[in-house]
Structure formats: C-alpha cells, structure tokens
Design a binder for this molecule. Structure first.
Ligand code: MG
Length: 373
C-alpha cells in the first residue's frame, strides 16, 4: 500500500482485536478484516436483500450487495487520494449493511416496531452484532473478531443507551468524539452511492422521469451539459453519462473540502481526528445540491405509490412472522431454540433480520398458507 498520511488508521496505531491473534502473513490486518467479511454468510445474503426494489422486481436493480460494492469503490477512490487506509474503508464499506433486514427500510421499521418492548432493532447495531456475535465460522471465537476501527466504522449511529453497553466501540457516542476519517469517508460514500444509483434505478423502473429530474440542480446541470455535447445520445447512455458526472462532482468536492478541513484543523494523528469536528464533508454548495437530490428522491421515489405498496406488504410479512414466532417459539428452526429459551424476542429478531427478501416471502408462505409445508 502507498504511504499513509499521519492521520490515517494504520497497523501501528490500531486498537486491535478483542481476541488476540497472530499477525496475518502476506496481508494487512485490515485486508484480513475485508477477507473475513467477504467470506461471511451475511455478506452472501446481501445479494438477495432489497435496496429500494425488491429482488424479484428485476435483475438490473441494485441489491444490497451491488450497493455495498459501489460504496467500496467510491470510498476507496477517496481514501487513496487522501492517503487514508484503503483496506479499512473497503472493509467498512462492504460490511456496513450486513445487519439490514429483508425489504430495505420498510423491513427495518417493521422489525423495530415489533421489537419496541424488547430493546428495539437498529440495523447499524445489528451489523455490528453480525460481525461480533452472529457469524459462526471460526473455531476460536464467535463473530469475525474484526479490528476495533472496522467495528467502529460499521457502527455509524447508535442510541446513547445502546452505546453504554457496547464497551470501547460505543464510547465515542458518550464522549462526543468522531470516528476515524476512514469511517467518515465510508459513511459519505454510502450516501453518494445510493443517491446516484437510486436515480438510475428510479429511471430504469419508470417511477422517475427525466422531466422530473430537470428540477434537480445537481442532475439538471450535468444533463444539459451532456445533451449539449452529445445531442443524439440515446436515453440509456444519457442517464449513465449524467450519473457518472454527478458522482465525479460529489467525489471531487468531498476530497477537496476534506483536504481543506484536515489542513484547517491541522490534525496530525488519529487521536486529533477523533477530537476534531467531522472533517469529511462536502462544500456548502454541493451539500445543498446533494440535499436537494435526497429530498427529491424521498418525495418522488421512496414515497411513490408502487414502492409504498411493496413496503406495506413487507411490513405485513415481517410483523406476521414476528408474532407467529413469538407466540410459538418452536416454529423457529432448531438452531435458534437455545437462544429463544433465553431471550425469545432477540432470537426471533436475529432470525428475521438474517432473512433475504425471497426467504422471508417463502417462510411466510410456509407458516401461513395451509397448502405449504
Ligand atoms: Mg448503505
């Protein structure tokens, strides 16, 4: 790896793993984290989990897997430019959605509502739970035993009462400190990725139109420029060319503004990064454009009646499953029985959160349809 900036996370300043392990041969500690994430079961499940469109709605829409790969790509470009730890941003990016329920945000809201009296459900916390506890692969420990900085990056947000029982990784929420720059970058790369691919998927699905997007400054500016330069371009290329220019604007702006903030706060090491305000940021102008795009997507895509119908179905499936398992925990697969005896709601929540979209639909049929077994 190229030389790292003094404020980057490195193998020399990492806070390490909960269980001590020998240093890996031929790869860095953070490459090892990335590799463990890629080999996890939860990672493979991302292929069949909804981003916005449910998996069976079409083969070309983003899933959580392709979303996570796009996030990693964007985050790595930024990290390399800023001389940050590219392996760490990649690990965080690939793991950031591991705790997502089936059916995207509708699924998460439904499960959170079901878990209201049992400690709630937060997908960030669940992602951490997946890598800390739920993956059962290794002989010597539960979970993936990832480095502190990878776990810190996965835990983007967390309620104060949860932070208090999470130990070291929760401390920053209590002390009002920031995570590493690598975590900050992965977080913003997530946002760049989903805003742009949701525009693309929205157009492909026909739920959004180019005419509507002409009101969104970030999109319209690039769309006009592409049309001017290539007047005969078909819509498919026009959309892709516009999208790549939008991503480029956001990435370039983020790099420049972050460099400026790093200089202004004169951070020299990771401790100073944690004590400084958030350093990874867009400029005021691009921040405003990005917020406008988000608001547009919220009104026109995420609240589109066809998306709302799917979300309503998803909520029903999740809450039906939850209540059926809570009423009779022996309906759970045997590997959950022991956990269910100790804490039924959490066992049910772990089982449901781990499901893919299509598994949840099938499981719902198996439990509620008389003709299924
Ligand atoms: Mg994401």
């Amino acid at each position: 790896m190229a030389e790292l900036a003094p404020y980057a996370v490195s193998e020399h300043n990492t806070r390490g793993r909960n269980m001590r392990e020998e240093a890996p041969f031929g790869r860095s500690e953070f490459q090892r984290d990335r590799d463990r994430i890629v080999h996890s079961t939860a990672f493979r499940r991302l292929e069949y989990k909804t981003q916005v469109f449910v998996n069976h709605e079409g083969d070309l829409f983003r899933t959580r897997l392709t979303h996570s790969i796009e996030v990693a790509q964007i985050a790595r470009s930024i990290a390399r430019h800023l001389k940050l730890n590219e392996d760490l941003v990649e690990a965080i990016s690939l793991a950031h959605d591991l705790g997502h329920t089936p059916f995207g945000h509708a699924g998460q809201d439904a499960l959170n509502a079901c878990m209201k009296d049992y400690g709630g459900f937060e997908h960030n916390l669940q992602s951490l739970r997946v890598v800390d506890v739920l993956e059962e692969h290794y002989a010597a420990f539960d979970g993936l035993n990832l480095c502190f900085e990878t776990r810190e990056g996965i835990l983007k947000h967390c309620a104060l009462e949860s932070a208090a029982r999470l130990g070291a990784v929760g401390e920053r929420f209590i002390n009002r400190q920031r995570p590493s720059l690598e975590a900050q970058i992965a977080n913003l790369a997530d946002e760049i990725a989903y805003n742009n691919h949701d525009v693309d998927d929205g157009l492909r699905s026909g739920l959004l139109t180019l005419e509507q997007l002409a009101d969104v400054n970030l999109f319209a500016g690039h769309l006009d420029a592409v049309r001017l330069a290539y007047p005969r371009l078909d819509d498919r290329r026009l959309i892709h060319e516009t999208k790549r220019r939008m991503i480029n604007t956001l990435v370039t702006d983020l790099i420049r503004e972050t460099e400026k903030n790093i200089q202004a706060h004169a951070v020299c090491d990771i401790a100073e990064v944690r004590a400084a305000p958030l350093l990874a940021a867009f400029s005021a102008e691009v921040y405003g454009q990005n917020r406008e795009l988000k608001a547009f997507l919220h009104t026109n895509l995420y609240r589109h009646y066809r998306v709302m119908r799917m979300s309503a179905k998803a909520r029903r499936i999740i809450s039906d499953l939850f209540h059926a398992f809570m009423e009779e925990s022996r309906l759970l697969p045997p590997q959950f029985h022991r956990q269910a005896d100790a804490d039924c709601a959490r066992a049910v929540s772990d089982y449901i959160a781990g499901m893919t979209d299509r598994y949840a639909i099938r499981e719902h049929r198996r439990i509620f349809a008389v003709e299924e077994t």
